[in-house]
Design a protein around this ligand. Structure first.
Ligand SMILES: *[C@@H]1O[C@H](CO)[C@@H](O)[C@H](O)[C@H]1NC(C)=O
Ligand SMILES: *[C@@H]1O[C@H](CO)[C@@H](O)[C@H](O)[C@H]1NC(C)=O
Ligand SMILES: *[C@@H]1O[C@H](CO)[C@@H](O)[C@H](O)[C@H]1NC(C)=O
Ligand SMILES: *[C@@H]1O[C@H](CO)[C@@H](O)[C@H](O)[C@H]1NC(C)=O
Length: 430
């Protein structure tokens, strides 16, 4: 067959296809007198060709629709994404997090206070504190944990450590609500604007989802407008505590150095999902512990031994945990001689450092360097320093003698205790 023949053949075939195939076959069976001069195509070949073209046609239709629908799908996903990133997602995830901690045996399910809250947020106070309407709405919808009060500590941790050593924020409490306006204790003059150092740094849309404990721990700050979450370390003056953002430097922005905007953030739903996952995998342990530390790894072991995650028995876990805590106290007592040696070594070092420093200061006085403002007499000042050095030197023999005794006591420590300690120190440090 020549190329020309092929082309001649294709045209009627496509027409045939458009009319119906059986019809074309009858035609093929009884070629009309005006049939092309070229050799008639055998019926079998015609059918095969028709089939082939049909396949191409379907392939084409399929491919086009595939791309069309996947485009639609992406568009739909994106819309879904926007929908999912709503305020409700945030309080749903907070509820999930609180519930997970119940599942982990950290506190009882009855401790979770769910909306509608009664009494709710003090709206008068919220208005005085300049919270936005959206912020108050978010606060009304968040779950809270009853503060421990009479029942004693909330969970097993003394400070009710919630997340990265932060504590739960019960915004229904007026004192807590006020505290969330200055969780870093950084406002010096509340008449100053948000962009001035020493002024307010918590904008009307910022809601604290967790608070620092006794002066340390992470704060979760939610911007209810953008639904971005900052997880900031209170202790290190606003450094990111969100593990996903750890490497990111603080921005050197003009304005209030305590502004959360100086730190990186991510969508609350992404951060909260990540935090939930970290608890589930026992990377984080309720009570402010994490894996890779002595107690964090021990707690994780107890979780696994008691069936975490598939068949976890929180009653059995809590019995084992209390036993472990008791054993760990006993271990601490048994290791007291080691702590004594460490302490005495430290005191001796402090004394030696101080002697070195004071001798340098005496040399400076001799060399005519300026003395502190509240010292008027150079000679008296020098004598004062010399007296301090003498006292330190005199304290050394006693410290050395005590160290000697402490080292003796070490010899009498149970070899098992020694061995266990060595293993622990090798893995986690002293
Ligand atoms: C709410 O806050 C306001 C302003 O601080 C206060 O006067 C009022 O007593 C509070 N209301 C309740 C029910 O605690
Ligand atoms: C902690 O757990 C996570 C997740 O299981 C793991 O990726 C990580 O390596 C662990 N870190 C340490 C220090 O054990
Ligand atoms: C959980 O552990 C407790 C204490 O060991 C035990 O009494 C209880 O039967 C266990 N529950 C289940 C479902 O295994
Ligand atoms: C003198 O000033 C130093 C700092 O220069 C201060 O540490 C010290 O407490 C002051 N002493 C008195 C008696 O005021």
């Amino acid at each position: 067959m020549t190329e020309k023949d092929e082309k001649d053949v294709e045209v009627p075939l496509l027409e045939d296809y458009d009319a119906t195939i059986p019809d074309s076959q009858t035609k093929a069976d009884n070629p009309p007198p005006s049939a092309p001069k070229s050799k008639p195509i055998p019926p079998l070949k015609r059918t095969a060709l028709a089939f082939f073209i049909l396949c191409i046609w379907f392939y084409f239709v399929f491919t086009v629709s595939f791309y069309f629908f996947s485009f639609l799908g992406n568009h739909y996903d994106h819309t879904l994404d926007v929908l999912k990133n709503t305020a409700s997602k945030t309080y749903d995830l907070m509820t999930e997090l609180y519930e997970l901690l119940v599942e982990m045996g950290y506190y009882d399910a009855t401790m979770i206070g769910r909306p509608p809250h009664s009494p709710g947020i003090n709206r008068t106070l919220a208005a005085e504190l300049e919270f936005s309407r959206e912020a108050v709405e978010m606060m009304e919808m968040l779950p809270y944990l009853q503060q421990g009060q009479e029942e004693g500590p909330l969970g097993w941790g003394e400070d009710n450590n919630f997340l990265l050593s932060g504590t739960f924020a019960d915004l229904r409490d007026d004192g807590v609500l006020s505290y969330t306006r200055d969780p870093m204790f950084a406002v010096e003059d509340s008449s100053k604007g948000f962009d001035e150092d020493g002024g307010k740094y918590m904008r009307p849309n910022y809601v604290c989802l967790s608070l620092p404990g006794e002066g340390y721990g992470a704060i979760m700050i939610l911007d209810v407008k953008t639904l971005k979450l900052w997880t900031i370390d209170q202790e290190t003056m606003g450094l990111q505590a969100d593990p996903a953002l750890k490497g990111i430097e603080l921005k050197e922005a003009p304005g209030n150095m305590f502004s959360p905007e100086n730190a990186a953030s991510r969508l609350a739903r992404d951060a909260l999902r990540d935090y939930i996952q970290r608890f589930k995998t026992l990377e984080w342990i309720p009570g402010g512990k994490s894996n890779g530390t002595w107690d964090g790894d021990e707690y994780a072991r107890l979780y696994k031994e008691n069936g975490w995650p598939e068949s976890f028995n929180s009653t059995a876990f809590n019995i084992a945990r209390e036993q472990w805590e008791e054993d760990d106290m006993a271990r601490w007592d048994a290791e007291a001689p080691f702590q004594e040696v460490t302490k005495l070594d430290y005191w001796i070092q402090v004394a030696l450092d101080d002697i070195g420093r004071k001798r340098k200061m005496i040399a400076n006085v001799d060399a005519g360097v300026e003395i502190p403002d509240n010292k008027t007499d150079r000679e008296a000042y020098k004598q004062e320093l010399q007296e301090e050095v003498k006292k330190r030197i005199e304290s050394l023999p006693k410290l050395h003698a005590e160290l000697e005794v402490a080292r003796e006591v070490l010899n009498s420590v149970d070899p098992e205790v020694k061995k266990a300690r060595e293993e622990r120190v090798r893995k986690y440090g002293a």
